[in-house]
Design a binder for this molecule. Structure first.
Ligand SMILES: [Zn+2]
Ligand SMILES: [Zn+2]
Length: 272
């Protein structure tokens, strides 16, 4: 098993159901070498339905130190955060990222034209290429404009709540936007996240083709991208590390040799 780099707890993420203690217990019992706690931090959240906002980071850091005491020496508990990106939040993200000594910063885009697809299905009235091109282009902009991050989170979030069949985001939907995103990540030595919660959701819908589009990952690899991170995006303690085994096998079959997690923003590689 490899480190699970993306997890939420109810201590700071209002949409999570697991306590930090449950998360840590579950990780240890599943034999994971380590996890990052990456609570949601959504600056200027434009969706009034969404209760995810910001919180006191000093308080978070103090809490993290108490959670660390629950772990044995061989278990790697990492302090992370998941910043939700808005084009008007760049300066605030920069300041927040520098406030406490994070191991890992994930940058994510949870919105499409100001609405979270979890609450609004309006984006699904557009064609896949129009929707995905716009969403991935915002992710590219996010990775071009900001340096204070380590991982670009769940590029396929936009299709997670798609009521139509295939919820996968395909390279051919928006090749130019993907290339722009990959170029920024590779140039800056940042990592692309494979979010296994997306895989889990597809599997739960009875789909058989659940792994990320082969063409997305092959293109990333061909362009020189080797930094890839796994995150279960767990909000409950039964989904930690979910789909990791199949995903690791899949990545190996595509030619990836290792995954990466971050400690004090430094990449640490784990063999697949
Ligand atoms: Zn969440
Ligand atoms: Zn997210």
């Amino acid at each position: 098993m490899v480190t699970d780099g993306h997890n939420h707890t109810c201590a700071y993420s209002p949409d999570a159901k697991q306590t930090p203690e449950q998360l840590i217990d579950s990780a240890i019992s599943r034999g994971l070498p380590g996890i990052a706690i990456t609570e949601h931090y959504e600056i200027n959240n434009p969706d009034s339905h969404d209760e995810i906002q910001i919180f006191n980071l000093d308080d978070y850091y103090r809490s993290f130190k108490t959670w660390k005491c629950l772990c044995h020496d061989n278990f790697n508990l990492l302090l992370g955060i998941e910043f939700g990106y808005q084009s008007n939040s760049e300066d605030s993200i920069r300041s927040a990222a520098a406030m406490i000594p994070f191991d890992v910063v994930i940058l994510s885009n949870h919105f499409f034209r100001g609405r979270d697809p979890y609450y609004s299905d309006s984006c699904y009235r557009l064609s896949a290429s129009e929707r995905n091109n716009e969403y991935i282009s915002v992710m590219a902009q996010m990775c071009e404009n900001l340096d204070c991050f380590d991982v670009a989170g769940h590029y396929d979030y936009i299709n997670r709540y798609n009521p139509d069949s295939s919820g996968r985001v395909l390279y051919d939907d928006c090749p130019k936007a993907f290339d722009r995103l990959f170029e920024a990540l590779i140039y800056k030595n940042k990592s692309l996240e494979i979010n296994t919660r997306s895989i889990m959701k597809l599997r739960a819908r009875g789909e058989t083709n659940v792994m990320p589009d082969r063409k997305v990952l092959s293109r990333y690899l061909d362009m020189g991208g080797s930094m890839i991170s796994l995150g279960s995006d767990s909000h409950t303690d039964d989904t930690l590390g979910i789909e990791f085994e199949d995903t690791c096998e899949y990545l190996k079959s595509l030619g990836f040799r290792q995954t990466v997690y971050f400690r004090q923003h430094q990449p640490v590689f784990e063999q697949l």
